[in-house]
Design a protein around this ligand. Structure first.
Ligand SMILES: [Fe+2]
Ligand SMILES: [Fe+2]
Length: 209
């Protein structure tokens, strides 16, 4: 059973890193007709860089949810993590799709981000379900704030990226609430501060590489 589980997770890990994630929901579409050629070249590459950052965030989300799923013994929690991970896989596929539309590419460092997040997820999982859930809730809240920032920073004419980010934001809010409701504890301030530093390091790097 554990072996089956590991194979399934390994497969998902490979899909995350190689950028062939499956989407179970179609790419969110903007209300207005969006034409990328209305953006300048500089705006397009800025939008692509932001979407690359978001794609890396989703690679990390896959690894974090996978690690937590493997770490918990609770079937109920495994299912909850699986549900969220499937939505994160949509996010992964949507951001990859948008990167292709913008003639760009995912981060070259994805295997590194993935491995680092897997390790962090296992550490969080070692502290038990309630800490693990608290960690997920805090992560999702920080992602929500980060996406708010991107909604401001995306070029005004990039309606297509904005539609994707908005739906992701809605999903992350649901994930944070689900993790808190399932019994996640509040993490100590130094831990949340450390998480912010790690996230900032990742987002700054992924903008370029
Ligand atoms: Fe996500
Ligand atoms: Fe999420």
């Amino acid at each position: 059973m554990l072996f089956d589980e590991l194979i399934g997770e390994f497969d998902r890990g490979l899909r995350s890193i190689t950028g062939v994630a499956r989407m179970s929901r179609p790419v969110p579409q903007p209300d207005v007709v969006a034409d990328d050629s209305e953006m300048t070249v500089a705006e397009q590459s800025h939008a692509a860089a932001l979407m690359r950052v978001n794609h890396v965030g989703e690679v990390c989300a896959q690894a974090l949810y996978q690690a937590q799923k493997l770490a918990t013994r609770s079937e109920r929690l495994k299912q909850a993590f699986e549900r969220a991970a499937r939505e994160e896989e949509d996010h992964l596929a949507w951001t990859a799709h948008r990167l292709r539309e913008l003639d760009s590419r995912p981060s070259l460092l994805n295997p590194l981000w993935y491995a680092g997040s897997l390790a962090i997820g296992f550490v969080a999982g070692r502290f038990g379900d309630r800490v693990s859930l608290g960690f997920m809730a805090e992560t999702e809240r920080q992602v929500e704030q980060h996406l708010d920032g991107h909604l401001d920073r995306l070029p005004a004419l990039d309606h297509a990226s904005r539609a994707i980010v908005m739906q992701m934001r809605t999903d992350e809010i649901t994930h944070a609430r689900a993790a808190s409701d399932a019994g996640g504890v509040e993490l100590p301030a130094p831990v949340t501060a450390l998480m912010r530093v790690a996230a900032r390091m990742m987002t700054r790097t992924a903008y370029y590489i």
